[in-house]
Every structure is written in C-alpha cells, then in structure tokens.
Design a protein around this ligand. Structure first.
Ligand code: NAD
Length: 461
C-alpha cells in the first residue's frame, strides 16, 4: 500500500467520523455481530494462515488463546454495551443548583491499531472490539511477520465491512511508520518497548493519545510455603504455550535457593508430559523466524559459557528445525542477556533466593513488568508479594489468567505499557468522557455577578 492510498483510507474514516454523529447502540451491536460472524466463519482459515506464518502453530492454541477470548470479549461487550453507554449523572455543588451535570461517553473518532505477530488475530481484533463498542472507526495494521494472516484478515474485513468503519492495511515497516504518523484520534500499539517509543514519538506530532501494550520480563515468584510441583505445573503451562512467545509468559522463576534444581527438573518433567515429542508434534509451536531462534540459542549458550547449568527437553532436534526445545537455565548471571532482556521463547531461567524479601527486592529493583506471578497459600505472603513492587497485572497461584478476565483491565505500567483496555476500561479508553452541564431554567449563579457589594461579594470573601 502506498502512502497516498494509506492517507486516502484514513481520510475516508476521518471524514465519516466528523460528518456522521455517534453510532447508536444498535449500530455498534451490529458491527460487533458482523465481526463475530467473520471470526467464526474463518476460524479454521485463520488458524491455517497463522500456522503457515509461524512454520508451526498449534491449531488448539490458536483456538484456545485467540479465537475463544476474542469471541468471549465480543459477547461480553455486546451484552454490556447499553450499560456502558449510559450517561453518568454527577452531583452538583449547592452554589450551582438548580442544575444538572453528567458525563456522555462519546466515540473519539478514528482509532488506529498496530498489532504484533505473536497472537496476530487476538491482538489485532481485541482492541478493535473495544474501539467499535465505543462507537469508533478502526484501521488495523497487522505485523509484516504474519503476511498470510494479514492478507486473510484484510480480505475478510473488506468483504464484510464498509471501509469507512473498519479496514485493514498491510505492508512492511515503512507502512507501519507511515501508519503511526496518521492523525488518529487514538492509537493502540502492541509490540516491543523499543518500537513503542518510536510510535509514541510519531503520535506526539499529532497530539494523538496512545495506548501502548508492551513487553518486559514478567517474574514468577514461588514462596517457600507453596508446593513446588504445583507451581511447576502452572509455570510450564504459561511458559511453553506458543513456545514462550507470549507477552505475559513467565519470563523467569524465583524459587528458594535449595530448590532450584528440583524445580527445574519438575518443569522439564511437566514439559515432557505436555509435549512428549517436539519436532513433528502439532501441539508444540515453532519460533517465528531464524533471527528469533538465533537470538534464543545465543542467549542460552552465553549463560552456559558463564557457568550456568542448562537442562533441555530430550527431543531438542539438530538445530535445523523451526522449533526450540523447552530449556531450563539454572542461576544464570544477573548481567547475562537471559536476565536482562525479555526472553520471548521457551527458555526459563530459574533463579534461587535466600529469603523471600531478597526475591521481592530483586523484582522491585528491575523495570516494572507487564505481569507478576506469585505462588503462596498464605494471606500474609500474598500481601507481601502484592505490596513489593508494581506490575501491569497479577495472577496469584497460576499464570496468564488475569488476561482472560473480561471485567479486569489489561495493560502494563512504565516500560511495560501505558493505558489498559478490555471490558469497561476498554470502552472508556476509546471514549471521550464529555462533561455536560445543564444550567436549566434558572441561572442563579449569574445573578451573583457585579456589582460586588451584595451577596456575591460576601460569598467571594
Ligand atoms: P515489534 O515492536 O517489533 O512490532 C510490532 C508492530 O509494530 C508490527 O506490526 C510492526 O510492523 C510495527 N512496527 C515496527 N516498527 C515500527 C515503527 N518504527 N513504527 C511503527 N510501527 C512499527 O513487536 P513484535 O516483535 O511484533 O512483538 C513482540 C513484542 O510485543 C514483545 O516485546 C512482546 O512482549 C510485546 N507484546 C506485548 C503485548 C501486550 O499486550 N502488552 C502482547 C503481545 C506482544
């Protein structure tokens, strides 16, 4: 797509958003229903396209982790739309009475969505659900790393939607950059912290508000009271889905120092049970590109060279496949790449701690993560974990599940993101809370005007 075509597409939505008033609840529900029908009708084709883009992507994972949450959020928004759209009455101070004040939740206009490759369907259409529910028009830019999926989404949306309401544009980094320079009324970016900075800079030129859904190193803290095997099961589940290419995957685990090896073996054991074979197993996803595989292998090799012990799933292959085996790295040095950068692959560092306070201080001293996982059965320990440092969200005694709660906001904090969406927070994120004040038939306040030697003067003094 050329820059001129991109500008035209934006111009179409922008003009329509200014010319036509806010979409009614009925229109919004209709758009959500159309989107739902589109997803259900093409769900298998989407799974095949994502499989082709990844080299190998489990169809079950695409179903469970992309299609199902999307349909749940569509149904949730459709059912609650009337309530969310309702005006909110606000009290009026005595000195302004009789009058009325309320908030109208108005569509912002045109919302841009820049999506990453790791959950291409959910992260392109998830923000779109909330933005359409709020009555906006939406332009989506999928990742250039998922071209088969991007082409399919573009065709499916073009078939079902007026491009003045919803449209998809594909292209490389140049198109992504031009996209981020459009004068959207709001821009949602999901991707890396590095690119998030560039997107925010481009948006600033237009004073476009942004929601940044970024990454980071989400820790899993296993308290001494918690059964090791149970924590290992949850962390295995969260870490190896989509071969670790999940923004909220547990990035590393903190366990009591004497249990590092036992915990790593328990995780490996669970991974072997979940994925008895890797290379020809459709349940185990591939890593997106050669570049990403090389980065992961080099990070593990560097930790090994620095003296860390490495445990690997036995079906690791010869290094020539698109898959990376579940890998545990025991106590990698704090300054190693594995402990400095988001891993975004099926490699789990296991770090031992001497006291829980030390573990929590370790987390609090690092950039604020997107997610925090705490494992404990004690209320006091839970409160210590929650009170120790900020993260975007938290799941206790499990991994990843806070993202699946339609009535909880999802987002990061600091370097892991800015702003949140999902459910009522998503609706509000893409709405303007417009203050309306109706003076009513009697404007008592204006009667207080000058000369100031009467009641008004006394009030001011
Ligand atoms: P990325 O930042 O490389 O790319 C994301 C998107 O940005 C792509 O569509 C790409 O085309 C576009 N892009 C690239 N350069 C751009 C530029 N200069 N200007 C504008 N757009 C540009 O991220 P990725 O590799 O696709 O995704 C992985 C990252 O995303 C990880 O850090 C992960 O944690 C994060 N992530 C976060 C969430 C979340 O919800 N917080 C979800 C998934 C992934």
């Amino acid at each position: 797509m050329t820059q001129a075509q991109l500008s035209d597409r934006f111009g179409l939505q922008h003009a329509a958003s200014r010319a036509e008033g806010a979409a009614s609840a009925q229109e919004r529900r209709g758009r959500l229903e159309t989107l739902k029908a589109l997803v259900l009708e093409r769900r298998e084709a989407f799974a095949r396209a994502i499989d082709a883009d990844f080299g190998a992507r489990s169809a079950m994972e695409t179903g469970l982790l992309e299609v199902t949450p999307l349909i749940r959020s569509l149904d949730h928004a459709r059912a609650r739309l009337g309530r969310w759209m309702r005006d909110e009455r606000r009290p009026v101070d005595l000195m302004f009475q009789p009058s009325r004040a309320w908030i109208r939740h108005e569509p912002l206009g045109v919302v841009g969505v820049i999506a990453p490759w790791n959950y291409p369907l959910l992260l392109a259409l998830g923000p779109t659900v909330d933005a359409l529910a709020a009555g906006n028009r939406v332009m989506i830019k999928p990742s250039e790393l998922t071209p088969a999926f991007g082409a399919l989404l573009e065709a499916a949306v073009a078939e079902r939607f007026d491009p003045a309401v919803l449209t998809v544009v594909n292209g490389g980094i140049d198109v992504a950059q031009a996209f981020s320079r459009l004068a959207f009324d709001h821009l949602v970016f999901t991707g890396s912290t590095r690119v998030g900075r560039e997107v925010m800079r481009a948006a600033a030129e237009n004073l476009t508000p942004v929601t940044l859904e970024l990454g980071g190193k989400s820790p899993a803290v296993v308290a001494p009271d918690y059964p090791l095997d149970k924590a290992a099961r949850s962390i295995t589940f969260g870490k190896f889905l989509n071969a670790g290419q999940t923004c909220i995957a547990p990035d590393y685990a903190l366990v009591p120092a004497g249990q590092v090896r036992a915990f790593a073996e328990a995780v490996l054991d669970q991974a072997r049970r979940a994925y008895p074979r890797l290379q020809d197993n459709p349940d185990y996803s591939g890593v997106i590109s050669d570049r990403h595989r090389v980065r992961l292998r080099e990070a593990v090799a560097a930790a090994k060279a620095a003296g860390a012990e490495v445990l690997e799933h036995p079906d690791a292959g010869d290094g020539n496949t698109g898959k990376i085996a579940p890998t545990l790295v025991l106590n990698p040095p704090s300054d190693s790449l594995l402990m400095q950068e988001e891993i975004f692959g099926p490699v789990l560092p296991v770090v031992g701690y001497d006291s829980l306070d030390e573990a929590l201080a370790f987390v609090a001293a690092r950039p604020r993560p997107l997610a925090l996982y705490g494992f404990t059965n004690q209320a006091r320990t839970r409160d210590r974990i929650l009170g120790s440092g900020l993260s975007g969200g938290v799941t206790l005694n499990g991994t990843m599940l806070h993202i699946a709660q339609n009535d909880l906001p999802f987002g990061g904090v600091g370097p892991s993101g800015l702003g949140a969406y999902h459910g009522p927070e998503g609706f509000k994120r893409f709405s303007h809370a417009r203050a309306v004040y109706d003076v009513g038939p009697v404007n008592a306040f204006e009667r207080l005007g000058p000369p100031w030697d009467g009641a008004a003067g006394r009030l001011a003094r």
